[in-house]
Design a protein around this ligand. Structure first.
Ligand SMILES: C[S@@+](CC[C@H](N)C(=O)[O-])C[C@H]1O[C@@H](n2cnc3c(N)ncnc32)[C@H](O)[C@@H]1O
Length: 361
């Protein structure tokens, strides 16, 4: 692999990767990201004594990153592998960046590598144009060959964000490439954003990840476990589960982002796809976090599991369980339970929502 790298330099010597002065959290269009709320959340926690924190449903890492900035020892966790890569790149990583040469190598088709055409074959006419699928096939293979785990994580982070930004609704829940290609008046979305080449977005997000890493003097880690299998202890546990709306509609992260999970699991991907469905998601996996009949019990179990820690829960005011139900469950394990409410505008949805924060000490 090192041999291949020194032997080949692609046509991208002029890539601009900006030098950084101050760590900045990258932009994201991930559903449910708390990036706009973390300052408010921190404000509620700042007077509580704690040294270590577990972000148990880490997602984009926005909360873990904020706590890392405050000098806490942070444990990031998320079940999905593409999110774990984000945790590695932004939370665990203290000092690694992708260089111009790395990026140039990643963006080059190397004659000595045999590239699969899995994405081009499997997702034709579903999410991206044929030439974009081919680009994804070879760049994903190149990323899989990187040996330095943090470099690989930064590259997967940038690839995932590039994929999200080029999608209508920023999701992979439907076969709807036609929304991009049909010559109609559009009342929503941004065709220019969708049509901007992958390469440009990829480089932009590498710049952002390169600008994000920093050391806070602690040894922070990123894990990839089902929350109930975590054996980690932390002074404070931040819980931001998938959301079930009052009507019982759940956010199924694997269904929304299966394509990104597939990129990170490129070799195994063919065996994970549900070929019966038009948009080729992963085969379904049951989760209590998307089941209105099981979610109360899941919260109860989670609060019991971390009953020794300070518990902090983000949820929506209009969800299942309700704020009152969540408070009641938490009171089984915590003497003091505080319920805070904030008006908030979500990315990807019109109108305002009320976000709650439940703190159990
Ligand atoms: C609401 S999002 C978290 C958003 C995050 N706080 C942020 O700011 O980006 C919920 C996350 O839980 C993860 N998740 C779902 N089921 C899980 C499980 N059983 N164990 C751990 N993580 C899980 C999903 O992959 C998703 O990223």
């Amino acid at each position: 692999m090192e041999d291949m790298r020194s032997a080949t330099h692609g046509p991208y010597h002029q890539i601009k990767l900006w030098p950084t002065t101050e760590a900045t959290f990258p932009s994201t269009r991930y559903q449910g990201s708390k990036v706009k709320l973390v300052d408010w959340i921190w404000h509620q926690l700042r007077d509580i004594q704690f040294d270590s924190a577990l972000d148990a449903f880490g997602g984009t890492g926005a909360a873990a990153y904020r706590l890392k900035l405050e000098g806490k020892r942070v444990i990031y966790n998320d079940l999905l592998r593409f999110n774990h890569q984000v945790g590695l790149a932004l939370i665990e990583n203290d000092n690694v960046q992708l260089s111009h040469d790395d990026v140039s190598w990643l963006l080059t088709r190397h004659p000595q590598i045999q590239y699969s055409t899995f994405i081009a074959d499997t997702f034709n006419d579903i999410y991206y144009m044929p030439y974009e699928n081919e680009w994804l096939d070879y760049v994903t293979t190149n990323i899989s060959l990187l040996r330095q785990p943090y470099k690989q994580a930064i590259a997967f982070f940038a690839l995932g964000q590039a994929c999200i930004i080029k999608r209508p609704y920023n999701l992979f829940h439907r076969k709807n490439l036609y929304m991009r290609t049909a010559s109609v008046e559009r009342s929503f979305g941004n065709k220019t954003t969708w049509d901007t080449p992958f390469e440009e977005w990829f480089i932009k997000f590498i710049d952002e990840a390169n600008a994000a890493f920093f050391s806070n003097g602690q040894s922070n880690v990123a894990l990839r476990k089902d929350v109930f299998e975590l054996e980690t202890e932390a002074d404070l546990v931040y819980i931001d589960t998938p959301y079930i709306s009052g009507r019982g509609v759940a956010v199924d992260y694997l269904d929304f982002y299966h394509f990104l999970e597939g990129l990170v699991r490129y070799e195994e991907w063919p065996s994970l796809v549900d070929y019966k469905r038009k948009h080729r998601p992963f085969k379904r996996i049951k989760s209590p976090w998307t089941d209105r009949g099981k979610i109360h019990e899941a919260f109860d179990r989670l609060f019991r599991q971390f009953s020794e820690s300070i518990l902090v829960v983000s949820y929506r005011h209009d969800g299942i369980p309700s704020p009152q139900e969540l408070s009641r469950l938490m009171r089984k394990y915590k003497r003091n339970v505080e319920l805070l409410v904030k008006d908030y505008r979500y990315v990807l949805s019109n109108g305002r929502k009320r976000e709650i924060l439940l703190i159990g000490t």
